[in-house]
Every structure is written in C-alpha cells, then in structure tokens.
Design a protein around this ligand. Structure first.
Ligand SMILES: Cc1cc2nc3c(=O)[nH]c(=O)nc-3n(C[C@H](O)[C@H](O)[C@H](O)COP(=O)(O)O)c2cc1C
Length: 218
C-alpha cells in the first residue's frame, strides 16, 4: 500500500499535481479531473456538484475550472462563499480535499480557453441559462437552434470566424489554503497529510503565506 512521503513535503501542491497527472494517464479513468465542488449561498444553503478542473497552477497555488457565472455556484462564489473540493480516484486508492476562495479568472484567460472549445460546446455555453427551469426538452432544442442561427448571422455580419465567449461564462481560480492528501492503508490505517496556509487579498489575487502541515489519524 502507498504511503505519503515521510516527512511530509513542505508544499503539498507539487504532489497534488503528480497525483492529478497520474490520474489522467492511469487506468483509463473517466473524467480523472472531476472534482466535487461545494459552495454556500448568502442565505446559508450548501450545495455541491461536479466540475472539471482544467488547470492546477502550483505557484502561487490555484485550481481553474469553467462555468456559467450566473449559475447558483457562480452567484455563491461571487458573493464570497468559501469553497471546498474533493477528487476521488477509487482505483488509485487516493482522495484529495481542498478548500479556498474562488475568484473569476482574467477575461483574456477565459477568452483563450473558450476559443479552444469545439463549436458545439461554444454554442451550448451561449444557449444555456444554467440551472434555470425549462418547460420541456424541446424548449432547449429550439433555443439551441435559434442560438446557433443567431451566432452564424453575427459571424457573417462581422466576417469573423470565431464565436466570442459569452460574458456570463468563464473561469474561476480557486486559491487554495487547505489541502488534504489521503491514501488507503492496510487494516484501515489510511495515511492522511493535511496542509494549511494563509491567503491575504492583494491586487493580483492573493498573497500566500507558507504552508504548515501535520499527519492525521485515519
Ligand atoms: C462529469 C461532470 C463534469 C461536469 N463539469 C462541469 C464543469 O466543468 N462546469 C460546469 O459548470 N458544470 C459541470 N458539470 C455540471 C455540474 O455538475 C452542474 O450540474 C452544473 O454546473 C449546475 O450547477 P449549479 O446549479 O450548482 O451551479 C459537470 C457534471 C458532470 C457529471
């Protein structure tokens, strides 16, 4: 059975990055970058859902994922909710928990990512008012056809080939201030390393403090 390094590394993010990269290449895992993300609303309700983690920037230390800014999670994060995320790779006997603060990615970064998406995903982003009610599936199909037509007309008028990013869609950076790496151990003696650090708001996002770490009982 695998163990965490002894002693634990000062910074958990290079190891988290190794785990993520390993999950992407090992065992043909479906959606190895899938992370359960929990937020809470200003009124105090808690919700969780899966998102795909598109990047981990080790230095200074944030994760990036993309979504609709006007979705319930977007509204939660924009109103200052702390967030918690969990990756679980069952066949690799590993779990990762992170916590932190999410702020929108710079527009140019979201534009660049949106431009790499296939056309159907781009039209889909324009079509969906994410998490709003629908009267029927047909309503969504009709909306999709109308959106695709409108975008094609706009492209023709502007003679630009690319579909622009919707202003209500883009990235979030989750600035991480807590990490737990878990590996399954024999006789349920799982190995857990826990790291925390301080984040201080700055004009570039956050100034990050040094990590402190400890092992935890299973
Ligand atoms: C495997 C998987 C990956 C997903 N990836 C994303 C994603 O990257 N971004 C996103 O907005 N929703 C993603 N979703 C959909 C969300 O789980 C969720 O249904 C949606 O974002 C609405 O969430 P909200 O109403 O809590 O804001 C994914 C769902 C699954 C099952």
């Amino acid at each position: 059975m695998e163990q965490l390094p002894e002693p634990l590394p000062d910074n958990p993010l290079p190891l988290l990055n190794e785990w993520l990269e390993h999950a992407k290449t090992a065992d043909n895992l479906p959606n190895p970058d899938a992370m359960a993300l929990a937020t809470n609303s200003e009124s105090g309700t808690v919700s969780a859902r899966i998102v795909l983690c598109k990047q981990l920037i080790i230095e200074p230390g944030y994760l990036v994922f993309y979504t609709n800014y006007e979705s319930p999670k977007g509204i939660d994060m924009d109103s200052g909710s702390r967030v918690a995320g969990v990756f679980h790779w069952d066949t690799l006997n590993r779990q990762v928990r992170i916590e932190g603060v999410a702020i929108r990615s710079p527009d140019d970064e979201s534009d660049a990512y949106f431009a790499t998406r296939d056309k159907e995903s781009q039209i889909g982003a324009w079509t969906s008012t994410q998490s709003q009610p629908l009267t029927s599936r047909q309503e969504l199909r009709d909306k999709h056809v109308a959106t695709a037509r409108k975008l094609a007309e706009l492209q023709e008028e502007s003679s630009k080939l690319e579909i622009p990013r919707p202003p209500f869609w883009g990235g979030y950076r989750i600035w991480i201030d807590s990490v737990e790496l878990w590996c399954r151990g024999e006789a349920r003696l799982h190995d857990r390393g826990s790291w925390t650090r301080q984040l201080e708001a700055s004009d570039k996002g956050f100034k990050v403090g040094g990590w402190s770490c400890t092992r935890l009982q299973p």
